[in-house]
Design a protein around this ligand. Structure first.
Ligand SMILES: *Cc1c(COP(=O)(O)O)cnc(C)c1O
Length: 380
């Protein structure tokens, strides 16, 4: 059976880096659950992080139930039938527009929930439009002209916090650019609020991230605005490179040209949807992504790895191996803890991979297995 294996050691190393940032600066770091929602390791994460943020009622409930700490939520438009339960669950709510503040702000205040507004600093740094919330016409966040047009400035206590989220898998330079834009457009609002949330997309735990530079930037910001609580809410950075997806080769087809199709028991469409959506090619342990094979061995065996579905495009990528692949072999996809389990589906009736945890001791424990009921229960 295929399985995701979450690596407690790698997760802990990421959490230690994040805690170093918060300890050095007093900034609070939240787990953005949309990237990674494995409750079994929430107690571990909670030893290092201040809480969770949610994109929906269900994620908020999940954070509240399993993760001791603060519970934040952002949604572009809250549904009226859910707002009462949301306000019972969270301690911070971030609205997307002045209209949403008008609809729900008073109820939030009455429930003792701190209220914020997501702003759009109109600084595009994300490399693909699909991941750029500042792209022209974006529905995410309120621009300064829109805030002014709504008659909300000066803020005069209308909000407790401001939130921006403009990054995607990015480094310190992009954060500097975005923060400068945010301060240029919204700096005059900052004396009126108690907290600012710098969003996610900070690739803090990537090997080449300038963590010392981030600490300096955050310390400088806090020195300039000592009354503000500052939040970061990374998802990816928490579980980056902290899990794999182990697959099995089911079938190897005859070579055509210089490449053979290998059919696996995992699917890009079902189990690694970002491979098709982003798109990108995940690393495979012990193999080289074709075309990036500068260091690959002289004699290469090239395989196009694909899933067991009927979708022609269910291809994970083309890879060079230094040994022939055979039915029954294991293929390990790297960096599969994030945006994988949270997005997977049973298209074609393909079963979901098991979810396992490699403990610090090396022992691998299965957390969850799936079957027909998980497929059928969602289909009416
Ligand atoms: C997606 C998202 C995050 C987390 O982003 P990562 O890229 O996983 O760090 C945080 N905040 C908001 C508002 C988001 O939409």
């Amino acid at each position: 059976m295929p399985r995701y294996v979450i690596d407690e050691g790698a997760l802990t190393r990421n959490l230690e880096i994040l805690k170093r940032v918060s300890d050095a600066t007093g900034v609070k770091i939240l787990l953005a659950q949309k990237a990674f929602s494995c409750a079994a390791v929430y107690p571990l994460c909670a030893r290092y992080l201040a809480g969770t943020t949610a994109s929906s009622l269900f994620e908020a409930i999940h954070g509240k139930r399993h993760f001791p700490g603060e519970v934040h939520i952002f949604n572009p438009a809250f549904a009226p039938e859910e707002i009462a339960e949301i306000l019972k669950t969270v301690d911070h709510i971030v609205f997307n527009s002045p209209r949403q503040v008008g609809l729900y702000g008073a109820a939030a205040r009455a429930a003792g929930v701190s209220i914020g507004l997501r702003v759009n600093p109109e600084v595009s740094v994300a490399t693909t439009p699909a991941y750029d919330p500042c792209r022209p016409g974006s529905r995410l966040g309120t621009t300064r002209p829109a805030l002014d047009a709504a008659g909300m400035t000066p803020l005069r206590g209308a909000l407790d916090g401001l939130h921006f989220h403009c990054l995607c898998e990015q480094g310190l330079d992009e954060l500097k650019t975005v923060l400068a834009g945010f301060e240029a457009r919204f700096g005059d609002c900052l004396p009126d609020v108690e907290w600012v949330n710098f969003g996610g997309g900070h690739h803090i735990t990537r090997a080449d991230y300038d963590v010392a530079g981030l600490i300096a930037l955050l310390a400088d910001f806090r020195a300039r605005y000592p009354h503000l609580t500052v939040y970061l809410e990374p998802g990816e950075a928490v579980a980056l490179n902290a899990g794999t997806l182990e697959a099995r080769v089911l079938e190897v087809q005859p070579q055509v040209g210089d490449v053979s199709n290998a059919i696996l028991d995992v699917s890009a469409a079902c189990h690694m949807p970002d491979v098709l959506e982003m798109p990108y090619t995940p690393r495979v342990t012990g193999a080289w992504i074709a075309g990036e094979a500068a260091s690959s061995p002289g004699s290469r065996l090239r395989y196009r790895l694909g899933g067991p579905t009927c979708l022609a495009g269910d291809e994970i990528g083309t890879y060079d191996f230094d040994h022939p692949l055979r039915a029954g072999d294991t293929v390990v996809f790297e960096d599969m803890a994030i945006y994988s389990m949270v997005k997977n589906n049973t298209f074609n009736g393909v079963n979901l991979p098991d979810i396992a945890l490699r403990r610090l001791s090396g022992e691998v424990v299965t957390l969850r297995t799936f079957g027909y009921r998980d497929f059928a229960d969602r289909l009416g």
